[in-house]
Ligand binder design. Structure first.
Ligand SMILES: Cc1cc2nc3c(=O)[nH]c(=O)nc-3n(C[C@H](O)[C@H](O)[C@H](O)COP(=O)(O)O)c2cc1C
Length: 315
């Protein structure tokens, strides 16, 4: 996930039970210039392997060159993004805009498959709009050119994040192709995700937003998949203690100037559903240093763990 799944997060979250983590999507054009920020996005620690590196672009040859480069840099899997609906991506005909031209999608997939010696996968949405649902056609082309698995986020590009992901399309895709299908969209709860997995017959699921600040979700889903009772969700202090670990890891790796603004959004995720979260979130949005932020988080943990004083009852 762009702006989120950097190598620090992938390494921290992997032990919770993820089978595969995916990098932020990387522009194939930007990779030609190999600037530091772009190269950081494809870098990895190793502990999070296998790593799937996701590329976006609309030119088959440039996508193939980018695939060779990320493979040389350690990608175990190259994933092609035909799903991003963000205007900055679709205005250059990248991401989900590719779905408007099935021939181009096929050419990109064919070129990337030919360029690397590792599995190539693809992620897409249902189509550009609801009158143009192309996912089965594109998936069949993917299968024919040697793509090893397809992830479907069951919304159209025009929907962005509105409405609900329609898992009946994911089930339809599973029936239509033989390569593994990974279902994606609106999985926020382990039991619901497990039920959707079973009902659609998918080979795997991709968890997105719901894991932010809540990597425990994947362990709960994995338990259900293995026939075990899932652990209860961690309480607020436990979540915050893990957030502190995440904070330190980010500062150590990226330096305070980059980590502090990035961690603001992560702290927001860790605070989701807390009593008094919005006031605390607002306070944390204004902090400028790691020390100040961590002091507030530490005070919050202490406050959460201190039992409320017994109320004096007037008699
Ligand atoms: C902040 C953010 C960044 C994202 N970046 C990517 C990305 O780089 N590549 C990608 O395939 N999907 C990306 N997505 C989409 C998610 O991977 C996922 O498909 C979508 O959020 C639906 O799944 P969910 O309901 O489990 O979140 C992003 C989503 C969000 C909210």
């Amino acid at each position: 996930m762009s702006g989120v799944t950097n190598r620090t997060l992938r390494a921290l979250y992997k032990p919770f039970g993820f089978g595969l983590t995916v990098t932020e999507f990387v522009s194939s054009n930007a990779l030609q210039y190999k600037n530091e920020r772009t190269m950081d996005m494809i870098d990895q620690h190793g502990v999070e392997r296998p790593v799937s590196t996701q590329l976006w672009g609309n030119d088959p040859e440039i996508m193939a060159q980018a695939a060779r480069l990320v493979r040389e840099c350690g990608a175990d899997i190259v994933d092609i993004n035909f799903g991003c609906p963000a205007p900055k991506v679709t205005k250059t005909e990248g991401g989900s805009a590719c779905l408007r031209d099935a021939g181009r999608c096929e050419a990109i997939m064919r070129a990337v498959v030919a360029a690397v010696d590792c599995p190539v996968t693809m992620k897409m949405r249902l189509g550009w709009s609801e009158t143009d649902l192309v996912y089965i056609d594109i998936a069949k082309r993917a299968q024919n050119v040697g793509i090893k698995a397809v992830t479907l986020h069951a919304r159209t590009a025009k929907q962005f994040y509105r409405g609900e992901a329609d898992w009946s399309h994911i089930a339809a895709l599973k029936r239509a192709i033989d390569i593994p299908v990974i279902g994606n969209g609106d999985l926020g709860d382990a039991r619901d995700a497990f039920a959707k997995m079973r009902a659609s017959g998918v080979d795997g699921v991709m968890l997105g937003r719901a894991t932010l600040g809540n990597p425990w979700l994947v362990g709960q889903l994995r338990a259900l998949m293995e026939g075990r009772e899932p652990d209860a969700s961690p309480n607020a202090p436990e979540r915050l203690r893990f957030a502190v670990l995440h904070y330190h890891a980010m500062v150590d790796e990226w330096g305070e100037a980059r980590a502090v603004p990035q961690m603001r959004k992560h702290l927001g995720y860790y605070l989701k559903g807390f009593p008094g979260a919005s006031a605390l979130r607002e306070r944390l949005m204004r902090t400028e240093t790691a020390a100040e932020t961590l002091r507030i988080v530490a005070e919050t943990i202490v406050a959460l763990e201190t039992p409320p004083r017994e109320l004096a009852v007037a008699s």
